[in-house]
Design a protein. Structure first.
Length: 231
């Protein structure tokens, strides 16, 4: 008989315990919608089509009032599996993290033909292809201006999505080469010869020796030409 009497009380206790979790559970959809809207705003310029899935936190957490989503870190990629931070409270005194998956459909560069190592890339070697950008390697290059005129470090097969580490600037200055140093300002230009201690492509910083005791740093600006700061 005692078991029959205890059963209703057990049900009451269980229902009460379940009710304690309802505020956090009820808040979950609103929190996820806020994070979803934030990610859409951050990602809408990345491609032609977006698919965003936000995953709820695995642990039961207290209600997040006044949620303020943010993207932690500066080096995090903008698609694929990412981490999203959320500040909770009027002053953002509580911080929690959620996971999301972003798929982006858009255009990316591929090679139109096999390219040998050491080749200079021209526009006719490239074309755009449509696909899921989130499946591409992290260093994939999307702007043809960053590729055209560069030199390949290794052979590339036709249809390869080009990555930054596969390219290098074509050297305009070789190590040990005599170069012209340029320093100028408004209305004047000073030039002097020196010896390059490093090879360098356009825009790269190299060292140039102008005497036994003097070495200057300069930026490659042309064939055998290096610009230095006049100040």
């Amino acid at each position: 008989m005692s078991h029959l009497v205890a059963l209703p009380w057990l049900m009451v206790v269980l229902l009460w315990l379940m009710a304690l979790g309802l505020p956090a559970q009820a808040n979950q959809p609103g929190l996820m919608e806020t994070v979803h809207a934030f990610l859409y705003q951050q990602s809408q310029e990345l491609g032609d089509e977006l698919n965003i899935e936000v995953f709820p936190p695995s642990a039961r957490l207290p209600e997040c009032r006044y949620p303020q989503p943010f993207l932690p870190g500066n080096g995090q990629q903008q698609w694929g599996r990412i981490s999203v931070g959320v500040r909770c409270g009027e002053q953002g005194e509580q911080v929690r993290y959620m996971q999301a998956e972003i798929s982006v459909m858009g255009r990316y560069l591929v090679t139109t033909q096999p390219i040998a190592a050491g080749s200079r890339i021209d526009a006719h070697m490239l074309e755009f292809r449509q696909g899921d950008l989130s499946r591409l390697p992290r260093q994939t290059v999307f702007d043809p201006d960053e590729v055209i005129g560069q030199q390949t470090k290794r052979p590339l097969a036709a249809g390869t999505a080009i990555q930054r580490h596969q390219l290098r600037s074509i050297p305009l200055v070789e190590r040990g080469q005599q170069v012209v140093l340029e320093a100028g300002g408004v209305g004047y230009l000073i030039t002097r010869e020196g010896k390059a201690l490093d090879p360098g492509g356009l825009g790269e910083l190299i060292r140039v020796r102008i005497s036994r005791r003097t070495i200057l740093n300069g930026v490659v600006v042309g064939q055998a030409r290096v610009a230095v700061n006049a100040h």
